[in-house]
Design a protein around this ligand. Structure first.
Ligand code: FAD
Length: 276
């Protein structure tokens, strides 16, 4: 496939999960991704586990991009993590604010992701390529679309090299967002985040929480399948592949897959895309 893709993992909690992720990664490596990224629990809850997976990916010869969220963190702790990544030869970081875990009262020394991007640049110059998050359907806490766009532009001006979007199912939202960003002078690539659909109940809950709209026609169809997982999987593959095709035809610079540590759906979507 000619399309440039990247793939996101979360750090497993158990040794079995770590082992399974190795085989998932071996499968997904066949897709020749530009990089594998690894999420980070806000407040540093996965610091060790994220670092371990990142180190493994790098040792396998792939470009590994750790996510790093700043909420609840001090400058010293972020400086220390950047030093560890530098020493491990990491060249790309996904810089985020994150969400404060429930029960954690301290917001720390950073309020928003643009401050983290500024800090990374001030501390490490051009050592890291920096990815930031973008929200075509707007971040759920944004005061207004205008405010959210301005927040995105601030992250870019602070030194981001590229952006990855929250997942969405409405291609028009992506194209509208990219146009708005371009009119604000943003020239960096804005790569759509793609969520392969493995099941509907969890997806619906997660989408509500992160502000992703599941269009009525899709929702109704998924609901009509009930427990018929084969039909859900088949319809999900069709819908997401068509979305990817529309995005790529409309000029999206690549695709970032939220693979949820599974290889089958991402592999199948890419197989279908390669036949275009
Ligand atoms: P920001 O860009 O700081 O924006 C957060 C909110 O604050 C927005 O509503 C914005 O409009 C608003 N805002 C920004 N600046 C200001 C200002 N000056 N005044 C007022 N409001 C402002 N979460 C994790 O915990 N770990 C991960 O690994 C992770 N990976 C992710 C990867 C991607 C590609 C994406 C899209 C999201 C990821 N998330 C992750 C979720 C993310 O942390 C949350 O969406 C979080 O709520 C916002 O992070 P951000 O970096 O987009 O924040």
């Amino acid at each position: 496939m000619n399309t440039e893709i990247s793939i996101e993992f979360f750090p497993p909690q158990t040794p079995e999960g770590v082992e399974k992720l190795r085989s998932t990664r071996a499968e997904l490596a066949k897709l020749n991704p530009l990089f594998f990224s690894v999420t980070y629990g806000a407040g540093g809850s996965t610091r060790e586990r994220t670092f371990n997976v990142v180190k493994e990916i790098a040792a396998e010869g792939f470009d590994a991009a750790p996510h790093l969220s700043c909420i609840g963190s001090t400058r010293d702790s972020i400086r220390e993590i950047l030093g560890e990544y530098k020493a491990a030869g990491i060249k790309r970081i996904v810089a985020l604010r994150g969400d404060l875990p429930s029960g954690m009262a301290e917001t720390g020394e950073f309020r928003y992701a643009n401050e983290l991007v500024e800090f990374i640049r001030a501390e490490t110059g051009d050592r890291f390529s920096i990815e930031v998050a973008a929200y075509p359907e707007w971040h759920p806490q944004a005061r207004s679309p205008k405010d959210d766009l301005e927040a995105f532009v601030r992250k870019v001006k602070a030194g981001a090299n590229s952006a990855i979007t929250q997942y969405f199912f409405n291609a028009d939202a992506y194209f509208h967002f990219v146009n708005e960003a371009r009119t604000q002078g943003v020239t960096i690539p804005i790569v759509p985040g793609i969520m392969p659909i493995a099941g509907f109940t969890k997806l619906a809950r997660f989408s509500d929480a992160c502000g992703t709209d599941i269009p009525r026609w899709m929702r109704k169809k998924f609901e009509s399948y009930g427990d018929d997982t084969d039909s859900i999987r088949a319809f999900g593959l069709d819908v997401v592949t068509e979305l990817c095709e529309r995005l790529l035809d409309g000029g999206a610079p690549g695709l970032h897959f939220y693979c949820m540590n599974q290889s089958a759906l991402t592999t199948e979507i890419c197989r279908r895309l390669s036949k275009r």
